[in-house]
Design a protein around this ligand. Structure first.
Ligand SMILES: C[S@@+](CC[C@H](N)C(=O)[O-])C[C@H]1O[C@@H](n2cnc3c(N)ncnc32)[C@H](O)[C@@H]1O
Length: 296
């Protein structure tokens, strides 16, 4: 069994440096409650040691290998989330279905500042695939991620006050909003020298809804450390794997200092609509710090 390079206690938080396929294959079978994976997209991003420009066949081979290594360590009631762009979403969905997993949601993470282009429509989304082994036997905490419904926040519909959770609903499967942009520019979450950092609110939703305190959360592509940072703050144990030693060190520093936006969106509507009489909505309460800033 490899040893973690970085480690914290209470709750246990471990960072391993290496190829996730090797580390995963050395972990005990069925030992993890929740996996969140945001792999390299093979877009020639300078990740340091990792070659992000592999021939397509090699990249697909790598993809199927890490997917299978994740499935081996996932508990029977576990959840598996994958963040992936258009290029490889179909292959991943098919592979997981062929391995017997059940798709619970195919969510979309929508952001407003994609890379400028003229040859086709500008990319403004990533696929957020949510799979489990068993739809009826999985950790699922909808009450931990409720948000104001449009019916309550925008239309003042009195019927929403008579529900079990007045005015609240489970979030939609398209995720967006001022704090949901790509982390770049002067965003206060931003970690220098990291590529494709995911917003904390995104991981908070995944971790709160699909794990409980004390559970083990795993991220095979730790990057800047978003998953372990949020998991630790939410009292989950976590294990992150990162190929680049520089990234792993920086991620560990971030995990130690903690998140900057915990609980930031739980009571906010993220509706595009404005209140039918007052004209505004909670989106306008945010400072510009949280907003996306274009870079390309
Ligand atoms: C898309 S980034 C992850 C970003 C992360 N979700 C965040 O919020 O910062 C992918 C990361 O995976 C790492 N990586 C690439 N191949 C790897 C492998 N085989 N095993 C472990 N880490 C790998 C890269 O160095 C990079 O830091």
């Amino acid at each position: 069994m490899p040893k973690p390079t970085y480690r914290l206690e209470n709750p246990d938080t471990e960072v391993y440096i290496g190829d996730c396929r090797e580390v995963l294959n050395a972990l005990p079978e069925k030992s993890v409650d929740l996996i969140f994976a945001d792999p390299p997209f093979n877009w020639d991003v300078p990740y340091g040691e990792w070659d992000d420009g592999q021939p397509r066949e090699e990249y697909l081979h790598f993809t199927y290998q890490w997917l299978d290594a994740c499935l081996r360590v996932l508990k029977d009631h576990g959840s598996f989330w994958v963040n992936i762009p258009d290029d490889t979403a179909a292959e991943i969905v098919l592979h997981l279905k062929q391995r017997g997993m059940v798709m619970i949601n195919w969510c979309i993470w929508h952001f407003r500042f994609g890379q400028h282009r003229t040859g086709n429509f500008i990319v403004s989304k990533v696929h957020v695939l949510y799979f489990a082994w068993d739809r009826n036997n999985r950790i699922w905490n909808p009450e931990a991620v409720l948000e104001p419904s449009d019916r309550a926040a925008i239309y003042d519909d009195p019927r929403t006050r008579r529900t079990k959770q007045p005015g609240l609903r489970v979030p939609l499967d398209v995720w967006y909003g001022p704090l949901w942009g790509r982390i770049q520019g002067n965003n206060k979450e931003r970690r220098k020298n990291h590529q494709n950092q995911i917003p904390e609110v995104y991981l908070e939703r995944v971790i709160r809804s699909c794990s409980n305190e004390g559970d083990l959360v795993l991220d095979p592509f730790l990057g800047s450390g978003t998953t372990c940072t949020v998991a630790r703050a939410l009292r989950r144990r976590s294990l992150g794997i990162e190929y680049s030693s520089r990234n792993a060190q920086s991620a560990f520093e971030r995990i130690r200092s903690g998140p900057v936006r915990l609980n930031a969106t739980l009571s906010q509507t993220n509706s595009f609509m404005v209140h039918r009489r007052r004209g505004g909505n909670n989106l306008r309460n945010h400072t510009s710090d949280g907003l996306e800033t274009p870079t390309e």
